[in-house]
Write a protein that binds this ligand. Structure first.
Ligand code: 5AD
Ligand code: SF4
Length: 455
């Protein structure tokens, strides 16, 4: 089936909606679901806040600074309301779910909608008046938006996100997500494959399957257990659409990533050789307190397994510095694990206490700000060296790169990612976004592989 309606509708006469997205890839995809729902209601997207009838912020609660940023934006949105009567401001997503009607108190927000109530946005918009703000923060055990075709807002039409599940059942003690996104539920695999096929038919070359913990994806089929689908099987179903369609996924949980997933990756050349495997800490004592349900040894064994089956697999991670009670030795354990694994890249954070989480109730946030910052800086500096070391191993290797567009620094050059997710730049021969190029790595920085063309 060919679809042409996956791009935003351009229609001057329609009321305009402006959407800002914060947080993770899942939120990027949720904004595309929201746009789909609101286009059906007669709205059209605008990228210019000054002409918007409805201003939405799809928000993140993961760390306090994410929320502080959004409070700042709400002040900006309120200025729009002063300039133009009738503008509606909506706060949706994780922060809406966490703060609920607190967002309505004196802040001139008109609509508050949590991650499972996007279908009610048209009704909320119809009901809202300057004196009657609207709120829906009900969480669901079933909602997966499976039947909604997201309206794609990416720039280049090459790479798209597909949510395969929602919510999270792993109560990591530091994390607010189970409270903001509710219980885990998996989406019907047929609807996932159909969405990936539609994207491919529309010219997309890469899909990223998204979930808080993709390894616990499990579809129980009503027609019998032999029709059940686990994550490895889902990956295979999507990979079979076409060898020209690259498949990525995120996020993997070290406690759940199975050998079956690793072997499935190895079997299909179009499943990208990249696993985002958040470690959080290299100290088993910290991991226990974080309720990660694995220890340092388990994590290192999973890395060895991945590399024994897929030697060129990119492995990236998330690290938290200064969790409750973290000793100098715990911190040293994180550094030594990073040196042992040599991650290709990492997202690194200072611990931020989140209200309502297990850690906030049980453990004092007792690492002073200066110590957290110092440890974080050490982690960041070490990762810089590890990224460089990992990239240096690529020199001389031949890679297949999916072109994303012109390189930012030099219009004569193209950029795109290798299967491992590493960013490559190389001379253009007039290819377009979405083409594949064969290149050889000649030199590197900690962030980029600089390549030449191979004839
Ligand atoms: N403080 C700091 N970092 C956090 N993360 C999640 N919760 C917190 C928190 N309270 C990080 C984890 C997770 C990533 C998405 O954000 O590393 O993997
Ligand atoms: Fe932020 Fe987590 Fe919500 Fe994503 S799921 S928007 S990272 S709080």
């Amino acid at each position: 089936m060919h679809r042409t309606d996956i791009r935003p509708i351009i229609d001057e006469k329609r009321p305009k909606i402006y959407i800002e997205t914060y947080g993770c890839q899942m939120n990027v995809n949720d904004s595309e679901v929201i746009l789909s729902i609101l286009q059906d209601e007669g709205y059209a997207l605008t990228e210019n806040m000054d002409e918007a009838d409805v201003i939405l912020a799809n928000t993140c609660s993961i760390r306090d600074n994410a929320e502080q940023r959004i409070w700042g934006r709400i002040d900006q949105f309120r200025l729009q309301k002063r300039k133009r009567q009738g503008v509606v401001i909506g706060i949706v997503g994780c922060m809406a779910e966490r703060l609920k009607d607190k967002l309505l108190e004196g802040h001139e927000v008109d609509i508050v909608a949590g991650p499972d109530s996007y279908r009610s946005l048209p009704a909320l918009l119809r009901a809202v008046t300057p004196d009657t703000p609207q709120i829906n923060v009900l969480l669901s055990h079933e909602e997966t938006y499976a039947d909604i075709s997201p309206v794609r807002m990416d720039r280049n039409g090459v790479s798209a996100f597909i949510s395969i599940m929602r919510g999270c059942n792993n109560v990591c003690s530091y994390c607010v997500v189970p409270y903001t996104r509710g219980a885990e539920r998996s989406r019907d695999p047929q609807t996932i494959v159909r969405e990936a096929q539609q994207l491919f038919d529309c010219g997309y070359k890469e899909v990223t399957l998204l979930g808080q913990n993709v390894d616990s994806y499990y579809w129980k089929d009503a027609s019998g257990a032999d029709k059940d689908v686990n994550f490895a099987q889902l990956l295979e179903m999507v990979a079979k659409i076409s060898p020209e369609l690259r498949v990525r996924f995120s996020t993997s949980h070290p406690k759940d990533i199975s050998d079956e997933v690793i072997y499935t990756m190895a079997m299909y050349g179009n499943i990208c050789r990249h696993i985002h495997l958040p470690v959080q800490s290299g100290s088993s004592a910290m991991l226990e307190k974080m309720r990660r349900k694995y220890d340092r040894e388990w994590y290192l064994e999973r890395v060895r397994k991945i590399r024994s089956v897929i030697p060129d697999c990119g492995i990236t991670t998330d690290v938290i510095a200064g969790f409750c009670g973290e000793t100098a030795q715990d911190h040293a354990d994180t550094l030594s694990l990073m040196e042992e694994v040599v991650f290709d890249s990492a997202f690194m954070f200072a611990y931020s206490e989140r209200p309502g989480t297990l850690a906030s109730r049980k453990y004092p946030d007792d690492i002073p700000y200066e110590v957290k910052t110092e440890r974080l800086n050490e982690i960041i500096a070490l990762q810089g060296r590890m990224s460089l070391k990992s990239n240096e191993k690529e020199i001389g290797r031949r890679l297949k790169v999916l072109v994303e567009g012109a390189s930012k620094k030099n219009a004569e050059e193209l950029c795109g990612r290798a299967s491992s997710n590493k960013m490559c730049v190389f001379p253009s021969r007039g290819e377009k976004a979405g083409d594949y190029c064969e290149v050889e790595v000649v030199s590197v920085t900690s962030a980029t592989l600089i390549c030449k063309r191979i004839d």
